[in-house]
Design a protein. Structure first.
Length: 174
């Protein structure tokens, strides 16, 4: 003889499960909104650091000033990260290395700059700058940045990248 089958219960167990799902979903939505707001504040702070530390020369829109030897970041600066020496270069250029930004702040600004102005030139496996990387590379400042920039431009052109014009030190082009 088969035991009689009971119809499924949807009583308080089902009600509790539904309430927990709703409360959990609402909490997750609130957390996602808070995370989004925090990310927006962080992006705004990093952009403010760029404006205060970099935009005086490179301008707010990243276009630089060709007649003053300040390169355009747009569709160019991301190419540097294709070479280990290029990654270092972005940390070691005088405006970055000698800025008042902490190592963590400089890493955040560099990541923002390459992603904001030159995302199409970044490699698919782009590895963001870290505070530790900046701390390791930053103290080794260049005595003369011009030949380094020209050498990187040549190496990157062989990889198919065309960097923005860099007229500073153009009388010393190789």
């Amino acid at each position: 003889m088969r035991p009689e089958r009971r119809p499924p219960r949807h009583g308080w167990h089902g009600l509790c499960a539904a309430v927990l799902l709703c409360v959990g979903g609402a909490a997750a939505a609130e957390q996602a909104a808070a995370d989004g707001a925090a990310a927006d504040r962080l992006r705004a702070a990093v952009r403010a650091d760029y404006v205060l530390q970099c935009a005086g020369c490179h301008r707010v829109d990243g276009r630089g000033s060709g007649r003053h030897g300040i390169p355009d970041f747009r569709n160019s600066v991301g190419a540097f990260v294709h070479l280990p020496q290029g990654r270092d270069y972005l940390v070691r250029v005088p405006g970055a290395a000698q800025s008042q930004l902490s190592n963590a702040e400089l890493a955040a600004v560099l990541n923002w700059v390459v992603q904001e102005f030159s995302a199409a030139q970044l490699p698919p496996d782009f590895r963001p700058y870290t505070e530790q990387e900046v701390a390791q590379v930053r103290p080794r400042r260049y005595e003369d940045v011009v030949p380094v920039r020209h050498g990187l431009a040549q190496a990157l052109s062989q990889l198919g990248f065309q960097l923005a014009d860099y007229s500073y030190g153009s009388d010393r082009k190789p």
